[in-house]
Design a protein around this ligand. Sequence first.
Ligand code: DQQ
Length: 544
Amino acid sequence: SIVDPLLRTGYHFQPPKNWINDPNAPMYYEGWYHFFYQYNPKGAVWGNIVWAHSVSRDLINWEAIETAIEPSIPGDQYGCWSGSATTLPDGTPVIMYTGISRPDVNHQVQNVAYPRNRSDPLLREWVKPSHNPVIVPEGGINATQFRDPTTAWLASDGQWRLLIGSAAEGGARGAAFVYRSRDFRRWRRVRRPLHSAATGMWECPDFYPAAPGRAAGLDAAASAPAGRGPRVKYVLKNSLDLRRYDYYTVGAYDEKAERYVPDDPAGDERHLRYDYGNFYASKTFYDPAKRRRILWGWANESDTRADDVAKGWAGIQAIPRTVWLDSSGKQVIQWPIEEVEALRHQPVTLRDTVIKPGEHVEVTGTQTAQADVEVSFEVSSLAGAEPLDPALAGDAERLCGARGADVEGGVGPFGLWVLASANLEERTAVFFRVFRAAAGDKPVVLMCTDPTKSSLNPDLYKPTFAGFVDTDLSEGKISLRSLIDRSVVESFGAGGKTCILSRVYPSLAIDKNAHLYVFNYGKADVKVSLLTAWQMKKPLMNSA
Ligand code: DQQ
């Protein structure tokens, strides 16, 4: 492999070897966080899928325990695909997951599993009752597009509801079907889906209540009446099989009608995303210990399949993020869980430093291959902002592709070069760029990750990623945080309004040879009011 072993991540979730994909059934039980994930026990490519299981006290240090769910019944003999956990009113967690019951066509059914021993806080053993499968495709549902049950919630009629990701109109539409049950055993489908849109199939739906401006999370299942107040909104997230990204809308849930309606009628076309980079099949859970909602998401590799086989591993999980709705109720805000800060050490700071047009400043004194960097920028004037090409106005990704990190602008590009080599042949740019909008509109802020110079290795997939930042720049301030971890750069713009995770594989900027810079390629001065960079310790990671 030309991918160096030192590019294996240090503090992102990973098993010691092999392929991983979707997060499954995250939950908190008796003092432990449980995390399951799609895993190939036999290699570093997708296949032979089982549910691997890890446990943690703090979501950062992980211990791998026995495989939780693997093929053993007719309803899952060809694979145990994604699913979710629900805590029943008596405290028992139950998992529902998709099983592949026929080899030929990936025929999908839904099974349940219960802990063998509820008094084991590690929930090591899972039992599949003989009444599985509990849900099978019927009524014209395509059995190859019928998967990924959500966490269930109790509706006011005392019955459970959950969603299953699916498709309609021959796959042209994504659909989330509602199922109803009194006992988690007999399930009936509500005829019309909760919601659907012309996006292609929906994988891994997620649906949860959230109160605008309140960082505290809401538990969909337990706080049902509280979760129905007038100020409570719902988030519906789907993973787009065709486009390989997750998008969400914020809207209203009409329990009686069994329907969800996005507040923004164009929400299913605009595609707000948790993350504008490499982040898929994500899922939230409510953490009762800290009363917050936490988001897990899978980040695939972007090296070659041959590299993955040679490395012996592929796939990581993003650092869990606390998620809440901003006070306008229009978008989700995300921030790395506070526990990750316990890994910080050896901080260095840069204060009140003006970066002139065309300049870059190195941040020295700490190692930054495995680091957490927080920076606040100030731009003195927006007068020089470049005009926004109307042809690209709605398309952040194309805008960033056309105006990458090395294209001089007016206000910006400014930001960080991370995982940079000593002579800057290699560098991954994470930056902002400000555009002058049409008269009367506020300036448009773009956040990008540009990995086109991230590695001298030519065989890598190096897409630029970008999203708009809905921020008021009238005071000229904007912040950026990047979690750098050897082959991942996970960035949070404007306090978590816009996030981008990118996988990069430097050939020089490895371990002690990785450098960090602040750069400014605009025509206006940019001030770093404060930058702090910490090295990150390596937590216990599944005993690797
Ligand atoms: N991955 C699982 C499916 C899911 C897909 C199979 C999403 O259940 O739809 O590994 O990445």
